[in-house]
Design a protein around this ligand. Sequence first.
Ligand code: CP
Length: 324
Amino acid sequence: PGHLISAADLSRDETVLILDTAEEMARVADRPIKKLPTLRGRTVVNLFFEDSTRTRISFEAAAKRLSADVINFSAKGSSVSKGESLKDTALTLEAMGADAVVIRHGASGAPYRLATSGWIDGAVVNAGDGTHEHPTQALLDAFTLRRRLVGADAGIGRDLAGRRVTIVGDVLHSRVARSNVLLLHTLGAQVTLVAPPTLVPIGVERWPCEVSYDLDRVLPDSDAVMMLRVQRERMNAAFFPTEREYARRYGLDGDRMGRMPGHAVVMHPGPMNRGMEITAEVADSGRCTAVEQVANGVSIRMAVLYLLLGGNEPAVTHPLPRTE
Ligand code: CP
């Protein structure tokens, strides 16, 4: 099987194939019977070493809608808390016949290690690793953007060429930001990062995007503004501006949203810190796609599992690339 470890592994054509397949999957969700028999008899393991609400639930819903058997594993309450290694956990899953392992881990590189170790034969999907990547989040964000900015009937071959996406906030700790920059660039969008200087990663000049420290200047030229969660759990307080200072300079409130063009949308991957990077007024407005992003996440994860595990239906049978 192939694996999905990094947004960087996806070509434009492969990305568009996933987005188009997700459109087909979204149509299934509109039917009275939401299930496809495609992955009947296959087993998908959700292996979560870090907390998650959206990603874990949507991978489970996606696998079930494709009729796969689903095993949910979270490190809390497992033998990981007794010190069991990733290798021994993986060998246990292999013995249970996992066809795909969806892994979230606090260590950057853990999904790559799993995919290249030989411990398991199945497909590996990165559901977020440390501060590295979250490729299915970037795919669902691109899907949401394509629907909002290009149209629901985007059709085969449509990308985000020339669209301007501004990503704001704690870029330093954000796997969502890195995956989005890579994937949006692949789809032809122009990305600008806006962050406090202490929350910009070293080496960002090699990323395919612009960097700005002035949110108010960038907003009027944005087709979409993606607010990032401030990840206080990964942060040394000494490097962080006060909450009030952060909200004043980098938070999105109603006044700032008013500077955006009328067609522009506000995105947030969740979970949100309301009152910090985004006000309740903005989060609950019709311009914020946060809930839509969650719904789209099921369609994207159905598409990824379907393409990786090679469904029997004749719709699309193009595997994702191997990571090696
Ligand atoms: N966006 C996202 O990954 O959310 P969870 O941490 O709840 O999965």
